[in-house]
Ligand binder design. Structure first.
Ligand SMILES: Nc1ncnc2c1ncn2[C@@H]1O[C@H](COP(=O)(O)OP(=O)(O)OP(=O)(O)O)[C@@H](O)[C@H]1O
Ligand SMILES: [Mg+2]
Length: 390
């Protein structure tokens, strides 16, 4: 299937549209994935991540649009003929087979398919190689039901990699694991991907996981791509309020670009690093909680009152009321509730985004602080919705 000339994109989705029951789930979706890349589809529940993987795997037929593998259109290729394997959130191991047979299964199926049965010794060698790769040497004879969640997931990874797919699709593969194990497996998966050089298309709704593992992150919402970029791009230069809110925490304010490198927000003019907006253009201004410098009230660009404090281990998260708009600020110094603080904003801490359909939906931490206030107030009874009027 490989072409003579080097084709950079191993998978291309072109103008893909999918509807279920009259509801558009992917809207003119376009995505190109490089050979050897670790790409993550990141977005909230129901945004179309699994559907995208299923289209690549051949389990969903798009209403319109094309799927290419190494430059060849594969729309009509059935799933088992695609050079792609999938690891699902539920590992889908064969419970009646031991670890060895689970991993060997993929190889045997493939061997039959190729009409060149692999000899027992070759299969054994490959299974051993795969088990070594996922740190499960010596587990060959164990029944899969006796394995921990993390070990089962490793068997699933070994099985999926056993017949050397060109692309591995991973649908929230670590979601069932506890935090510590998930972090360990993130590192292991990344190492496996690097050492094998296989393209990984990874689905998660965990932004931290996406940022730490990926070469490229595709942020999705509502069947649309909101932004594609490196983890740093996505975090430092979010394209709209949805991305800014979904990736990390963000204070998002209304602003006006007066001219290049100058924005007005909160009634003050600030220097920024952004250019290319129309003079007087309304914009969204993003300020990350960790970028804000706290100073004495009289020395700040703005001053506000602390309304909530949460200890987070490495730092405190404080909610600060500036003229009724609540900001989230991270600080290693303790500032008690009701204290007045000043803040300074440097040009590099201010990120300007164009207005979008998401403007005004995120970025004010009012509900966060009310929730915090409620939790901290022992006199408030927790009542079910609808009972409050009693
Ligand atoms: N076979 C189907 N029939 C009908 N609707 C479907 C089908 N598959 C998916 N959907 C709908 O399409 C939308 C996108 O689903 P999808 O599984 O791709 O979301 P997701 O991003 O993977 O979400 P999650 O993070 O919850 O797994 C959802 O609204 C879902 O209900
Ligand atoms: Mg899903």
């Amino acid at each position: 299937m490989k072409d003579e000339k080097k084709i950079e994109n191993i998978i291309t989705l072109k103008n893909i549209t999918v509807s279920f029951d009259g509801e558009q789930v992917l809207k003119d979706f376009n995505l190109s994935i490089h050979d050897g890349e670790f790409v993550t589809l990141l977005g909230p529940s129901g945004c179309g991540k699994t559907t995208t993987l299923r289209i690549i795997g051949g389990f969903v037929t798009p209403d319109s649009g094309d799927v290419f593998f190494n430059g060849c259109r594969i729309n009509d290729l059935p799933p088992h003929k695609r050079p792609v394997n999938t690891i699902f959130q539920r590992y889908a191991l064969f419970p009646h087979l031991n670890v060895f047979e689970n991993v060997a299964f993929g190889i045997r199926v493939n061997a039959r398919k190729d009409a060149r049965r692999k000899k027992g010794a070759a299969i054994r060698e490959r299974v051993e190689e795969m088990l070594a790769l996922v740190n499960l040497r010596g587990f060959e004879k164990r029944a899969v039901a006796t394995l921990s969640g993390g070990q089962q997931q490793r068997v699933a990874i070994a099985r999926a990699l056993a017949n050397s797919p060109g692309v591995l699709l991973l649908d929230e593969p670590l979601a069932a694991l506890d935090l510590k194990l998930r972090k360990d497996m993130q590192v292991e998966l990344k190492n496996i991907q690097k050492s094998l050089g296989i393209t990984f298309i990874y689905v998660t709704h965990d932004q931290e996981e996406a940022l730490s593992m990926s070469d490229t992150v595709v942020v999705m919402d509502d069947g649309d791509i909101q932004q594609i970029g490196t983890p740093q791009d996505i975090y430092n230069e979010p394209r709209n309020a949805f991305v800014a809110d979904f990736i990390g925490e963000s204070n998002i304010l209304d602003g006006i670009m007066h001219h290049d490198y100058q924005v007005e927000t909160f009634g003050r003019k600030f220097k920024c690093l952004d250019a290319g907006f129309a003079p007087g253009e309304q914009v969204d201004v993003v300020i990350r909680p960790e970028d804000i410098d706290i100073v004495a009230p009289e020395k700040g660009h703005l001053s506000g009152t602390v309304t909530g404090v949460t200890f987070k281990g490495v730092h405190f998260e404080i909610i600060v009321d500036f003229k009724g708009f609540k900001w989230l600020i991270q600080t290693t110094d303790y500032h008690p509730v009701d204290s007045v603080i000043g803040i300074k904003l440097n040009p590099e801490d201010i990120h300007i985004m164009r207005k979008s359909a998401y403007s005004g939906m995120f970025g004010d931490y009012s509900s966060y602080s009310e929730e915090f206030d409620d939790m901290a107030d022992p006199t408030i009874d927790l009542v079910e919705e609808g009972e409050a009027a009693e």
